[in-house]
Write a protein that binds this ligand. Structure first.
Ligand code: ZN
Ligand code: ZN
Length: 332
């Protein structure tokens, strides 16, 4: 089979990913093999390709928004049948035994494995997954529509909960790419007022199309105080901007796995009055199941741009340079 691997991490335009020929992997105990139909392109893939995140394994295949058909079962695998459609997401495995797993916070597991970082992901013809960490997908969604929900959607949903906005409250969204445009749909469907702050004409147009209550530049002041905000852009300089927009007692959730340096904060203007700053780290399987059910019920739809799997480097470069709105999906 063919698979992309992160060869030498570096600037995306220097070609850090390479396509290689590999034997079709055989599923081990409790694993299933998936014939990949498509795989979403997440910003985390770009951070790995560019070396913002340290490699966990040389020549790993990136991609953790994988949709495909089960085509082989390992010993003891019984949750899915051959021919069934499944999704593979970021969390590839947890130990199930550390104190965080035991209290239900498996997103904080001390020895987790991640798809496309520790284990080979979806920029390929096939991949393996521990069946306990795969998802059934809503029938109403096509493969391409479903792929971005698996990371962009799930992480955005967790970030929305971390932002702790009351029903009907005012949510600020900083940065408006793949994850934000799904999260905004959930927030709007739940009756929140949504204010979007972003650069890039594609992103602003998409926010308007989805019905955001206001759409401004990345550092514009908010038209009203916010009951919660999510920072999706990997831009630490926006942390004080977003904190200043918060109402008393409100929280800013930073959704990304990587963030550039945060400037010194002004305690009185940016944190006092019990404003909160918190990160969002991965997700639990429960977050994933909840979000997929909610996405089906609320009719959340990803705006997607398709690229043939053979053009993965172009998709990553277009993401880096903000050349599209919504989410890129690689198709086999
Ligand atoms: Zn654990
Ligand atoms: Zn991701």
């Amino acid at each position: 089979m063919q698979a992309w691997v992160v060869d030498t991490p570096g600037p995306v335009d220097a070609g850090p990913v390479r396509r290689v020929e590999r034997p079709l992997p055989e599923p081990g105990s409790a694993q299933v093999r998936i014939r990949i139909s498509c795989c979403g392109v997440c910003r985390t893939d770009l951070h790995l390709a560019e070396g913002d995140l340290p490699p966990h394994r040389p020549n790993v295949t990136p991609g953790h928004e994988v949709v495909g058909i089960v085509d082989s079962l390992g010993t003891g695998a019984s949750r899915f049948g051959v021919g069934e459609r499944v999704g593979v997401a970021w969390l590839a495995r947890t130990d199930g035994s550390c104190r965080y797993c035991r209290r239900g916070d498996e997103n904080l597991c001390t020895s987790p494995l991640f798809t496309g970082w520790d284990v080979d992901g979806g920029y390929a013809d096939a991949c393996l997954v521990d069946e306990r960490f795969a998802y059934r997908l809503p029938d109403a969604l096509t493969d391409v529509e479903a792929a971005p929900l698996l990371c962009a959607g799930i992480i955005g949903y967790r970030a929305l909960r971390c932002a702790d906005v009351p029903p009907g409250g005012r949510l600020g969204i900083y940065g408006f790419g793949g994850s934000a445009h799904l999260t905004a749909q959930v927030a709007l469907a739940q009756g929140m007022r949504v204010h979007v702050f972003t650069r890039g004409a594609h992103n602003r147009a998409l926010a308007e199309e989805l019905g955001a209550d206001s759409v401004g530049g990345a550092t514009d002041p908010s038209p009203e105080p916010l009951d919660g905000a999510i920072l999706f852009a990997p831009a630490g300089e926006l942390v004080p901007v977003a904190l200043r927009a918060l109402d008393r007692g409100a929280a800013l959730a930073v959704a990304g796995i990587w963030l550039s340096a945060i400037p010194a904060l002004d305690y009185a203007a940016e944190l006092f009055q019990e404003r909160r700053l918190r990160s969002v780290t991965a997700n639990t399987r429960r977050d994933g199941e909840e979000f997929l059910r909610l996405a089906e019920r609320l009719g959340v739809r990803a705006t997607t741009v398709r690229y043939p799997m053979a053009e993965a480097p172009r998709a990553l470069a277009d993401l880096a340079h903000g050349r599209f709105g919504g989410a890129a999906v690689l198709t086999n």
